[in-house]
Ligand binder design. Sequence first.
Ligand code: SF4
Length: 203
Amino acid sequence: MTNNYVYVLDGKAYINLTNKCRNACAFCIRNTGDGVAGTPLWLDKEPTATDVMTAFDALAPCADKEVVFCGYGEPTENLDALKACAAQLKARGYTTRLNTNGLGSLAAGRDISGELTDIDTVSVSLNAGSAERYYEITNSAYGLDAFPALVEFAQACKARGITTVFTVVDVIGDDQINKCKTLCAKLDIPLRVRKYVGDNYEG
Ligand code: SF4
């Protein structure tokens, strides 16, 4: 199997750090496909930072200046590689974005927001406007604890000066989207409602 740790889509480099995730979202593209835009993203070995940067160097001429950590899974599940790659990319003048389910601190058992010093933007999938609905949608291994944990993670990132946004896909319905808008206004964190596209993965 070819392990595709980096791929370029519309000029942007995406880094595939892991296939692990503690959610099992109903709409996860991993349920129906093998990758994004023709690039297979299932891995038989999680990359080290060296693996990623070697792959990145091969594709860097095609990439613009923002690099996205997404994974075909949850990138904070490979936190050491994430941090090391982000540091190297920042040192080379790239900006970095982390697309995340926001459960990294809960999974690690500590607040990891302070370790994301080389991440410029954190984009957290909110998925729903309440803990109950979040669990229904994501089947999170953390049950009802997941939603407050991801909200807390986003708040911690924002407090540390990381540009922080929430995203939802438009298929969750107007009622949930309105609840998300109310919550995000209260938290003073922007919400991006993005169109659900089958292979446009945001983790
Ligand atoms: S959080 Fe992302 S990777 Fe995990 S199951 Fe949901 S959509 Fe898939």
